[in-house]
Design a binder for this molecule. Structure first.
Ligand code: ZN
Length: 251
């Protein structure tokens, strides 16, 4: 058998996918490409979370079904050992919701709780959304309304997230980026040097352009429906290097 050396979790998900595809093909004979796209996509999305779950479980020490607790030092006080219990964790990801069961360590010296698999997976305490999905939420939330972004995410990726959740993530990332920018600005003002990270000098002559436009802000009524707000003047600035008749590295 081809499946001999494959673990059960993966085989089960792939068999389920295969059955769904066959069922679709038989039921939708001589239908349009659009209908087949819908059918295959639906079948894939139904098993995708199980496949991610299986991969995470197979690839992470301490997550396999028969895993015993790992002897680990407390990240707080370096004390060995600690009280352990099995705990579940749920996460929303770009492939849908997944769950895992792992050993939870509790340090009896400093009271700190931690889990080695969480550390390996790069999961923060109380994190409920994968970092990849957080970026999707923030990117979509930045280009359109949160309600529209939620709809797009459902349509394009099959990921169901409430618009309130999306707003929280988009705003949190916005605040982080703004703080980063403020730190860089403060550094430039103080040191009269370019910011240390990700600084690439623009080539040619320095070109600075500014302009202003009148924008009508979009507001929301008490039910969250968009309403037209006040007009504001928004200032725009563009800086780059002018070389061979083109603006290079604009920001
Ligand atoms: Zn400790």
């Amino acid at each position: 058998m081809l499946t001999d050396d494959l673990p059960t979790e993966i085989v089960q998900a792939l068999l389920q996918l295969g059955r769904q595809l066959l069922k679709h093909a038989r039921a939708q004979r001589d239908r349009s490409l659009a209908e087949h796209e819908d059918g295959v996509l639906a079948a894939w999305r139904a098993v995708a979370p199980a496949l991610l779950e299986a991969v995470v479980q197979l690839a992470t020490t301490g997550l396999d079904t028969h895993a015993r607790p790992i002897a680990a030092r407390c990240p707080g006080c370096q004390q060995r050992g600690g009280v352990q219990s099995r705990r579940g964790r749920q996460l929303q990801t770009r492939l849908g919701p997944i769950g895992m069961q792992r050993w939870w360590h509790h340090c009896w010296v400093c009271g700190r709780g931690w889990s080695p698999p969480d550390q390996a997976l790069g999961l923060a305490a109380y994190q409920q959304t994968s970092t990849g999905l957080e970026w999707w939420l923030a990117a979509l939330g930045a280009v359109t309304t949160f309600r529209e972004a939620t709809r797009l995410l459902g349509d394009l990726a099959g990921v169901q997230v409430g618009s309130e959740t999306l707003r929280t993530h988009a705003e949190r990332l916005g605040i982080q980026l703004e703080a980063q920018q403020r730190r860089a600005m403060a550094q430039v003002e103080e040191a009269h040097e370019p910011p240390a990270d990700e600084y690439v000098p623009a080539p040619g002559a320095l070109e600075v352009e500014t302009d202003g436009v009148m924008l009508r802000y979009r507001d929301r009524d008490l039910d969250g429906a968009p309403v037209e707000g006040d007009w504001h003047e928004v200032k725009l600035g563009l800086i780059g290097g002018w070389q061979h008749g083109h603006l290079r590295q604009p920001s």
